[in-house]
Design a protein around this ligand. Structure first.
Ligand SMILES: [Cu+2]
Length: 316
């Protein structure tokens, strides 16, 4: 930030640190090999040029061990790089314990963000330093791509489903937010900024702005307004699964599969209720496709999260 030449954008998340290390190691290994090959080409070109007095009398006719070595060693190196990269990649999609969810709805041409307490922002994302964050993202229209170079994260944001990505900001400051889906006229204009603040500053920021009810409270109101409570409450006469503490719970399905309920499962159950029918229940749930806004669905999920369960966090 001091005007000096930087090869890389600032490294401001745990993911950035991991990727930079991996990239540096790959660069050094491939650079070492490339330099070695270049050196040998020059050396042999000079040593065995025409008219040189190099001894050509006992040219080697084979070299099984050498051949095995130049196949096995690079294979091993590439497999190591693959395993390392796959491990780092998988960490982006595993929620760290206590991760703070932030909800992202992309549309042509802006980012709409909402925090669990109901504070909303547009094209800006405020985050606390050192706190693991999980972004739950979807799109109202076309595919977008949430891209923060300083965090080394880039994740497609897809209509009709949730994508998530987890990371921890490790540096305070302001960082660029881009849409990296350059297939339409204005994606490149979906620029914003991520502001990483000290936790106490963030807590104060979170309380500012329009006084709004929290997402869970709004979700509860929607849960009643859309009639979910009519069937899913314990005292209901309709036989429907109890949703308390659903997130993080293992659900057994009619077709014998079982899954751990996450945001995507809740979303699909509301919009595509025939897709995953819970064992022991009739497929009588109506689809709410086209009737419920993305933000409202996210609020209902936050309400369900607030009722407890494996994925619940203190404070909601
Ligand atoms: Cu976009």
């Amino acid at each position: 930030m001091n005007g000096a030449f930087h090869l890389l954008p600032p490294s401001a998340s745990d993911a950035a640190g991991r990727y930079d290390t991996l990239m540096l190691v790959e660069f050094l290994v491939t650079g070492f090999v490339a330099l070695g090959v270049a050196f040998m080409i020059v050396y042999f070109s000079v040593r065995y040029r025409r008219d040189s007095d190099a001894d050509r009398s006992a040219a080697p006719a084979g070299g099984r061990k050498l051949e095995i070595a130049w196949i096995a060693i690079p294979l091993l190196l590439f497999l190591c790089a693959f395993a390392w990269a796959a491990y780092d990649y998988a960490r982006l999609y595993r929620d760290p314990p206590g991760a703070m969810p932030v909800f992202v709805v992309a549309k042509q041409w802006m980012w709409k963000l909402e925090h669990a307490n109901g504070r909303r922002e547009i094209d800006e994302l405020h985050l606390p330093l050192g706190q693991p964050v999980k972004l739950v993202m979807t799109s109202q229209d076309v595919i977008h791509s949430f891209y923060v170079p300083a965090f080394r994260i880039k994740q497609d944001v897809v209509p009709g489903r949730y994508t998530t990505i987890s990371f921890t900001p490790t540096e305070a400051g302001e960082f660029h937010l881009f849409c990296a889906e350059y297939c339409g006229t204005e994606h490149a204009a979906m620029r914003g900024r991520v502001v990483v603040m000290r936790p106490d500053q963030f807590a104060a920021w979170l309380q500012q702005g329009d006084a709004r009810e929290g997402m869970a409270a709004r979700g509860f109101a929607l849960y009643r307004r859309y009639g979910c409570s009519g069937c899913h409450e314990a005292q209901s006469s309709v036989h429907a699964p109890d949703l308390h503490g659903l997130l993080g719970r293992t659900v057994h399905l009619q077709d014998g599969r079982s899954l751990v309920a996450d945001e995507a499962y809740v979303r699909d159950s509301v919009l595509l209720p025939k897709k995953e029918v819970v064992a022991g229940y009739a497929p009588i749930m109506p689809s709410f496709a086209g009737q419920i806004a993305e933000e409202d669905l996210l609020a209902i999920i936050e309400y369900l999260r607030s009722t407890g369960g494996g994925d619940a966090r203190a404070g909601h």
